[in-house]
Ligand binder design. Structure first.
Ligand SMILES: [Zn+2]
Length: 338
């Protein structure tokens, strides 16, 4: 990390502030997902471990031995607690290739107690480089109850060389005892300008449309773009669903399709109350109509979202949801014409 260039430029201020305001040995970064929580936790960790932090900002220098070790992911005083399922997406997969060989079971989405126990022995060992030892926990809500209770024991200990950066998009679901031992670090949505500039620098076409689609969360927008979502497809979604075209979403993963319809439904409910839409451009939406069919659609979508991981028949489900959406959208058109 060079001091004036962060991979996610909107983290500069939150980073400086968190470093300056940290009073506890455990910080809990909280706010929406997709805006760089994990990245901020790593930046904090590197800064705490850095041997020659930048005067004034407290940022990691990016040059010292500790920073080099951190960047090569071999720092002996750093531990990462993330679910197995996130290792690859976050770029922290084990090099040995053991995961592919060893098990055919799905990697866990939980942070398991075994991982926390391993961390506890790390916590008890002396610091290898004689400075801080840092543990990053992400996302903290992935700690199962047993793991959370095991973690609590180290959080309770008086502040020493061991520091924690936890991050969570659902802090309310954490054990209250964990929350109360952490100093909250709020991380909200970035301003649109740096978020858009960043997306464009990643080569995302239609960045503005996708950033809005993702509710202002740039990492989410990038992921959608990488998964093949095109800005034009998003902009055309309301019109195509109003025509009952299941093909508009049939090749999307089911959770994404349901989520997209939920966002559309949410925007339609907003505009019917005179509020501006959040995820779609105003001109992409039909005129407000009766809200009863919309509310029915919202309920059906909510139910479907609960079972999205194992829909009995994804095709039938999509058809039924699009059909309900169509009548909700057409009701609005009729009302607009009358
Ligand atoms: Zn350094």
């Amino acid at each position: 990390m060079v001091t004036d260039t962060l991979a996610l430029p909107w983290l500069a201020e939150p980073l400086t502030e968190a470093l300056a305001r940290a009073r506890s040995h455990a910080l809990l970064i909280q706010g929406p997902a997709g805006v760089g929580q994990f990245d901020l936790a790593l930046l904090l960790a590197q800064a705490w471990l850095c041997e020659t932090p930048v005067a004034g900002s407290g940022w990691a220098c990016g040059q010292c031995g500790s920073c080099k070790l951190f960047q090569s992911r071999t720092h002996p005083d750093f531990q990462l607690l993330i679910p197995e399922a996130l290792r690859e997406p976050l770029g922290w997969a084990a090099d040995e290739g053991e995961s592919s060989k060893e098990s055919k079971t799905k990697p866990s989405r939980e942070i398991k107690v075994e991982a926390v126990r391993q961390m506890l022995s790390f916590a008890q060992a002396t610091s290898a480089r004689g400075r801080a030892k840092v543990v990053v926990v992400y996302p903290a809500e992935a700690l199962n109850t047993v793991a959370a209770n095991a973690l609590l024991k180290t959080l309770e200990e008086p502040a020493g060389v061991l520091r924690f950066a936890l991050a969570s998009a659902a802090p309310e679901s954490l054990l209250p005892t964990i929350r109360s031992r952490c100093q909250p670090v709020p991380l909200g949505l970035p301003a649109p300008e740096p978020a858009l500039a960043w997306l464009q620098a990643q080569g995302v076409d239609g960045a503005e449309v996708l950033l809005a689609a993702a509710g202002g969360r740039p990492q989410e927008a990038l992921r959608w773009s990488e998964e093949g979502l095109k800005a034009a497809a998003w902009a055309q979604l309301p019109a195509r669903l109003a025509r009952g075209e299941v093909a508009a979403i049939s090749d999307w993963p089911v959770p994404r399709a349901i989520d997209a319809m939920q966002r559309l439904c949410h925007d339609l409910l907003r505009t019917s109350h005179g509020a501006p839409p959040r995820y779609f451009a105003p001109e992409a939406l039909p005129a407000p109509g009766p809200s009863a069919p919309l509310q029915q659609w919202a309920l059906a979508l909510q139910q479907a979202a609960r079972h999205e991981d194992h829909p009995l028949n994804a095709g039938l489900l999509m058809e039924s949801l699009v059909l309900q959406g169509q009548s909700a959208l057409q009701g609005r058109r009729r009302a607009a014409r009358a």
